[in-house]
Design a protein around this ligand. Structure first.
Ligand code: SF4
Ligand code: SF4
Length: 424
């Protein structure tokens, strides 16, 4: 038991402030018994083998700061290299609320310049639009590839995450995409920030899949960011405000669906009653009714986003839906790390660590053997794109793109059958 004096957790008499780091001593950090059962789940500990870069080590360091025995700046490098994947939480028998402690720690420190810039961009529709335009210009003119080869080290890594094909999808607010066949209800679609700017084809395919399944899809006017990145960075109040604004904008339909697992998890945690569902969890729960045909992809490696696994617990829905595609073999390698290494903005701030974690995932997935890596979150898609680099044998896509191809294949087979019958 510690005998160090505890700093007051809140200014005297104030009960209206959010929990401060010292509050976590009572019901958070002190709950850690140092058993070490979380170590095997931690992707950063797996590659560095450093106790300080394990959940137990980071909790120890955060507690030292909260008790006044260490300076936050001194322990920051080890604590801040955490990916925030939360794989340590379900592994912990003591129920240590690790992410609350991390958020409280991060809230004490000013965000890094990279993190500050990223948060400023995603929270502003205008800045986000300009940023998306710039990135698309860099990709289409191949300047991004040039930066990847010749730029400074930090640029090389950032440029490597950019997809080869970029496609914006920002439908006019309130646009309705009608259901095909008998209408099952209305889905309000969450668009997100980076997803519609760089990976808009995922959202086009999301709309196509849902409408073929009989859902009318509406894209209401919504904030450019749901606040997930803010919460990840320890800016809890801003993360909560953006989540509330997003949920207000998305209400009123029969369901709210997001094709980005990280956003779905953040919105769900902000208000579970709002019923936000990750796309494949939604499809699995409601059941598929559109026919699926065989796709050219034989082998698919599913790398589920960490927040889909450890916050929503819905990762098997993607496997179950993809398993319905005739001839498709979906794998979940046992040795796949808990996180791809993206970790919010961690892949920009700790590029070497992110690359090492990603490389472990690449090796778990079978290296260069021809296959498709599917991950239902834009940050993960960018990270896996960097990890697999120029490997022509590996394609990195959102799982909805595979599902859309299977729907197309069934439609084409049906159309072929009809024209053959007509000719006969
Ligand atoms: S959140 Fe992830 S990276 Fe951070 S300590 Fe837990 S398991 Fe490790
Ligand atoms: S499993 Fe839980 S109690 Fe054990 S060391 Fe990790 S955080 Fe602490």
């Amino acid at each position: 038991m510690s005998h160090a004096p505890r700093p007051p957790s809140r200014p005297e008499g104030r009960t209206d402030l959010p929990p401060q780091p010292a509050d976590l001593l009572g019901d958070g950090l002190l709950a850690c018994t140092h058993c070490g059962l979380c170590l095997a789940a931690c992707p950063t500990h797996a590659v560095t083998k450093a106790e300080a870069e394990s959940p137990r080590g980071r909790l120890f360091l955060m507690r030292a700061v909260a008790e006044g025995r260490a300076e936050a700046e001194a322990v920051a490098p080890a604590v801040e290299s955490c990916l925030g994947c939360r794989a340590c939480e379900p592994a912990c028998p003591s129920g240590v609320p690790y992410h609350d402690a991390l958020a409280a720690f991060r809230a004490r420190r000013p965000p890094s310049p990279t993190r500050r810039r990223l948060l400023a961009v995603v929270a502003s529709p205008l800045r986000l639009r300009l940023f998306g335009t710039l990135l698309r210009f860099l990709v289409r003119t191949r300047l991004a590839r040039l930066a990847q080869r010749l730029g400074p080290r930090r640029w090389r890594r950032a440029a490597a995450t950019l997809p080869r094909h970029v496609f914006p999808f920002r439908p006019r607010p309130g646009t309705r995409f009608p259901a095909e066949g008998e209408r099952r209800g209305t889905v309000h679609l969450h668009l997100g920030c980076i997803h519609p700017e760089l990976l808009g084809e995922d959202l086009v395919d999301t709309v196509k899949v849902l409408t073929r399944e009989g859902w009318e899809v509406v894209a209401p006017k919504q904030p450019s960011c749901c606040g997930a990145l803010h919460a990840h960075a320890g800016r809890s109040a801003e993360g909560a405000a953006l989540a509330a604004e997003t949920l207000d904008a998305l209400g009123g339909g029969d369901a709210v669906v997001s094709a980005a697992a990280g956003c779905a998890a953040h919105l769900h945690e902000h208000d579970p009653r709002a019923g936000v569902e990750e796309l494949f969890a939604f499809l699995a729960r409601r059941g598929l009714r559109a026919p699926l045909g065989p796709t050219p992809a034989g082998r698919v490696v599913h790398a589920p986003p960490c927040h889909l696994r450890f916050v929503l617990g819905d990762d098997h829905a993607t496997d179950a839906v993809l398993a319905r595609i005739p001839g498709l073999h979906v794998e979940r390698p046992e040795t796949m790390p808990s996180c791809c290494g993206a970790g919010g903005s961690a892949f920009l701030e700790h590029p070497e660590l992110a690359a090492d974690v990603g490389a472990a995932g690449r090796d778990a997935g079978g290296g260069g053997a021809p296959h498709i890596v599917v991950a239902g979150n834009p940050g993960c898609l960018l990270q896996w794109t960097a990890v697999h680099g120029a490997d022509p044998d590996v394609a990195v896509v959102h799982p909805v793109r595979v599902l859309r191809r299977a729907q197309d294949a069934a439609d084409e087979a049906a159309a072929g059958g009809r024209s053959a019958a007509e000719e006969a």
